[in-house]
Design a protein around this ligand. Structure first.
Ligand code: ADP
Length: 279
């Protein structure tokens, strides 16, 4: 069974149809145990991905403030081998970035063969915050859905496995998390007046997210809506979706590695034979 809701664009969705509290009836202990096992499996798959170097993996993490993008990265992809896994965070664009098309800075960060990259925010900000705060005219951001679809199709056609996650929290849960930060000295560094201000635009963001998900979900680059009020369920849901997406490639990667090993072994044997005859 799948713990996220996979959106492929066939039917238009509304976020209110998805329960952010959903936990599939699991307890925290059960979910944590499953997540640990999935993270282990993900590490094994990552090694094959790296060694076979046929595919890349792009994980896009989006969600409102406090939805848990950083926590997901820490728990789910933190244990991966950093040789072949990196995080790219997208902040307010610099003057130089703004002097280019909106995908310029993004394309530079996409993963090469064998690599996995996690986008902490992404090109979707250009149809989210940009839309909500009128940072570009409607005509400009509306045209971006097609640009994004074409861009992601280019990545897919170049052997990139694209996984996009929307971490779905409720407005009440966000308030609780923001208030908790004010009480907890170890979380004080995360405090931001901006988060409370952005919260005022909750409904505008809902509309922007719904359009982004509806306009930019395809069979090859689907969105996954992740119930994220419970952090432990969110971690499980993301881990499971990543493992499920990589598993179908395992056989082909192993086959390639076998062939690579056999080829190298033949070369070693040839080297030994030559050494024997020249003795
Ligand atoms: P985070 O909230 O991701 O932990 P920050 O507090 O630095 O990190 O926030 C990054 C900010 O950059 C967010 O408010 C986000 O909306 C903004 N941002 C990202 N991409 C863009 C963009 N293309 N245009 C305008 N703002 C952007």
């Amino acid at each position: 069974m799948s713990y996220t809701f996979r959106i492929t664009g066939k039917k238009k969705i509304k976020l209110k149809s998805f329960d952010p509290e959903y936990d599939a009836g699991l307890t925290r202990e059960e979910a944590d145990a499953k997540t640990a096992a999935l993270c282990k499996e993900m590490m094994e798959l990552q090694e094959l991905l790296y060694a076979a170097s046929d595919h890349s993996v792009l994980i896009v993490l989006q969600g409102r403030d406090t939805s848990g993008k950083d926590g997901t990265i820490r728990v789910v992809t933190g244990p991966l081998n950093s040789l072949a896994c990196n995080v790219a965070s997208f902040k307010v664009p610099t003057a130089n970035e703004l002097a280019h098309d909106f995908l310029w800075r993004v394309h530079q960060q996409t993963p090469g063969r064998g690599q996995m990259t996690i986008f902490n925010r992404s090109h979707y900000e250009d149809v989210l915050v940009v839309r909500v705060h009128n940072l570009a005219p409607k005509k400009v951001w509306k045209a971006r859905y097609d640009h994004i679809n074409n861009f992601e199709q280019l990545l897919v056609d170049s052997n990139t496995i694209v996984l996009k996650f929307y971490l779905h929290i409720s407005k009440e849960e966000q308030e609780a998390r923001l208030l908790e930060r004010e009480q907890d000295a170890t979380k004080a560094w995360k405090l931001s007046a901006g988060d409370w201000k952005e919260r005022e635009y909750w409904d505008d963001y809902t509309a922007a997210y719904e359009d982004a998900i509806n306009e930019c979900s395809t069979k090859d680059a689907p969105w996954h809506i992740v119930p994220a009020n419970k952090k432990w369920f969110r971690n499980l849901a993301v881990a499971e979706t990543i493992v499920d997406a990589l598993k179908p490639y395992k056989k082909a990667w192993l086959k390639k590695l076998d062939a690579m090993g056999a080829e190298e072994k033949a070369l070693i044997e040839e080297f030994r034979r030559e050494k024997q005859t020249t003795k």
